[in-house]
Design a protein around this ligand. Sequence first.
Ligand code: SAM
Length: 286
Amino acid sequence: MGPWRLLKILTNENSVREPRHRRPEPHLVMAAPDQVAAYTEGGGPTGTLLPLYRLHIERLTTLVSPGDTILDLGCGSGQLLALMAKSFPRCHFVGVDLSTTMLDTAKQICSAAAVQNVEFVHDDLVSLSRIGQRQFDVVSSCLAFHHLPDSASLLTAFFTLDRVLKVGGGVLVSDLGPLRSERTIDLLVDDQRSQQSPLLVEDYEHSLRAAFTMDDWSRAIQNVRKVSLKVDWTSPIHFLVQIHSPRTTSEQPRYQAGNLPDLALKHRFEYFLLSRMMKPRPEEPA
Ligand SMILES: C[S@@+](CC[C@H](N)C(=O)[O-])C[C@H]1O[C@@H](n2cnc3c(N)ncnc32)[C@H](O)[C@@H]1O
């Protein structure tokens, strides 16, 4: 993204008086084969999702220990799941999704990447009816919660997350943040038109509009009792949020991850921006 567009976005976000309203995704579960194929490409080795995937895995290193069992909620086409499984080879991963098209693709992606420490469950992340309580050391999720229809489902999903988490376990949810202005979304989407397939651009636009508000996130995390969750967001443009349990160590990563995704030159600047902008969200006055 050029500096001029960035400046326009900053100006827009700061001048909005009435923040826009959330618009739920038109396709809550991603099942259409062409949509799944476009998304899978976006998460591939040169895809635009790589900077975010890298940010997510880096944060996971502060939460994961060798031997952990890790749940990936809304694993989608498995591109991120395969990268996580390679980065933490001594952990076992369970990917959950409600789309069988996505799960079939994820199985192929993991098999092509020779990843063996992964299994899949077809389930709804809101209820996780096939998963027992206190099964997981870490629950991870990336770009999945904004697919939920409403804030009531988000509340239930975090209640469910707490049910399947072991006491003192780790949590990392990365998702799109609440942009204030419609114009900002138009600018971000336009920026992607030359870099992504039209289907992925359309998907990106729907996702940005479906991002939950900070009030929604704040209420939902109250449903997690086993660990106290913190909220980080990119600032001053709230493009991304990360909901996470606190670092277990202040200095060293808990698990030195191997095989972090390498970024193509064109994505290094985006990664640099995202990682520098990600900051703890200031506490609300009581
Ligand atoms: C945008 S994709 C994210 C995939 C992957 N986590 C990533 O970061 O690339 C969102 C995924 O969440 C899945 N999903 C949406 N609602 C769901 C639900 N209620 N339960 C389980 N999966 C769901 C969709 O089918 C889709 O595969």
